[in-house]
Design a protein around this ligand. Structure first.
Ligand code: ZN
Length: 129
């Protein structure tokens, strides 16, 4: 009886688990399994974020750098002044980019850097240029 043998084997395993529950958490394969799950979740999150990008990561990085350089010399006037300057210079339609930025809490040039660039760097930590 294959099933019975399997059943008693499972029962033994369950008993071992019940007697020494801490072993379950310390088992190296369990640790590896959890790490793999974490890694997969991270990757899925990154892919979801990547799919929302209105421009290529390289162009977004150039955009953040441009706004950053402008705000190093000028105050933010609570508008998208430098962002819009950048977009028109690159002949990029503003609406999808602005919509994406606002979704991530960027409602003016300085918030782009504070909120959106910070979020962007979580998934694109190394310079892509
Ligand atoms: Zn601002």
């Amino acid at each position: 009886m294959q099933d019975l043998r399997l059943f008693s084997k499972l029962q033994r395993l369950l008993l071992i688990d019940a007697r020494r529950p801490e072993d379950k958490w310390l088992a190296p394969d369990e640790k590896a399994k959890r790490q793999a799950i974490k890694q997969a979740l991270r990757q899925a999150k990154q892919e979801r974020f990547r799919a929302t990008l209105p421009l290529s990561p390289e162009l977004l990085e150039t955009m953040f750098d441009f706004v950053d350089q402008q705000l190093a010399q000028n105050e933010c006037d609570n508008t998208f002044k430098y962002l819009l300057h950048f977009l028109s210079e690159h002949q990029i339609e503003a609406n999808p980019v602005v919509h994406w930025l606002e979704n991530l809490g960027g409602y003016c040039d300085c918030e782009i850097l504070a909120n959106v660039e910070a979020r962007f760097l979580e998934d694109f930590p190394t310079p892509t240029l």
